[in-house]
Structures are given as structure tokens and as C-alpha cells.
Design a protein around this ligand. Sequence first.
Ligand code: SF4
Length: 272
Amino acid sequence: MSTHSTLPISGIIYDIKKYAIHDGPGIRTTVFMKGCPLDCWWCHNPESRDPNPQPRGKMRPVKNLPLLDNENNLIGTRVTTEAVLAEIRKDILFFDESGGGVTFSGGEPLLQPRFLQALLKACKLEGIHTVVDTTGFAPFKSIEMLAPYVDLFLYDIKLLDDTLHRKYIGVSNNRIIENLLKMENAGYPLHIRIPLIPEFTDSKENLESIALFLKERTRIRSVELLPYNSIGESKYERLGLDFRPGKHAMQTEAELERKQDLFRAMGFGIAE
Ligand code: SF4
């Protein structure tokens, strides 16, 4: 009998990426959970936003994942924890050899706290390293409930100015900032990431204000800057949606270096 058959818990996911190398340490399997309460203009995973399965439009089906129901031409499938775990277990050898593990991403994985907790608990029982990639926009009690089973939180800070945050991300950043401070205070392991969206988040003013905030209000002294990737733009066409930010080029190496220097000058290390 399965050790997890007593958990009739399920949730909605829309993809599982194997051999991911940018979602935490080592080689990872990333589980993409559906639903996000934010509305970033530049969202690189627009198919993740709706919490329910949705018509696929011209999006390609996810291959080689029988647990995702591609037959109904929907993005997103309700799956049990056991089915997801079975998929994760296939990669344990890669985790062990690379210091990797599983990453729960989205969308916003904290939108499905019971499902996420069941998955995290089961992974920890099997000795699998766990990462949660979150926007921080969730009740702190959900974060507290999950924290004992999380080895690392990837935590995004996008815009520090709340007026701009509301305009381009659809919600106030108050909860995100408060949760970050509470998590840091509680000693939860945090890896801060700042997505560099041209003309939205990558301005000198925004980056300097984030650096100043972290320096004055936290003990965090390392950040990762995520260069812009235009790959998400084509998804909008396939989903029949407008891409609100318009077309932008990716930052050059020299531009990225200049933005990293801004943090280095304020005493931060740059994480990869
Ligand atoms: S937080 Fe991530 S998934 Fe949610 S809207 Fe923003 S970019 Fe998209």
C-alpha cells in the first residue's frame, strides 16, 4: 500500500519541468502550480494565472507527462499529491548527484496551501530538498504552516514604490514587504530575486530603493538579478492576449553588470 494513500489531497498544476538549473541549487524538478493573485504586465507565464484549467488556445500541449490531461485541450489538470510525487521520485538520482531537489513554482504555489503542504511534507519524508518560489502575496499563516518543510524560499521583489506596484502588478506590495520582514525575522531561508523588466523594474531608482530597503530593514546581503527574457511574449499571441509592456530587448551583459554593480557598491553579494 502506498505510504501517501491516506492523503486524498489534490491540486491544479499546469506543467512539470525536468532538469531545471535556475530554480534553486543543483538539478531540479519544478512543479508549476496554477493560479496567481498578481497581475504583472510582463508575466512570463500567462497560462499560470487563472486558478482553474483553461482552454489551451494555440499553446502547445505539455509532452511526456501523462498525468497532465492534454486530451481535453485544457491548460492545467487536477492531480493528486501521489501522482505528483511519483513524477518527482523518477528524478531522485539527479537530485542526489547534483545537490538538487524539487521546486514548487507557479503562478503562486501558496494559493494552494494544503496541496503544497502535503507535497512538501511527503518530499521531506523522502529526504528530497525543497524550494518554494513565491511572490510572498499570501497570508503569513500559510507561510508559517509550510516553513517547517521548506529548505529555501525564492522570494521576488519587483517594485518598491507602491503606486507603481499597484499600477503594473495589480496589488499593493504591503503584504509582500511585511511577509518578507516577518520571514527574515523568523529565520526562514530566503533567496531574494529581482526580475529586471526594461522600463518597469530595472530603473536605477527602483534598484537603489530595493537595495536601501534591504540594507536598512533586513540582514539580507545577497540578491539575484534576473535578466529580462522575451520568450514569454510569444505566449500572449498564442493565448490571444495583449502583451501590455510592448516589445523589449534583453539586457546586454554590460547592462546587467552595471545593475549588479549598483548592489555591490552597497555591500551586496550577487547570487547566481
Ligand atoms: S507573479 Fe509571476 S505568475 Fe504571477 S502574474 Fe507575476 S509574473 Fe505572472
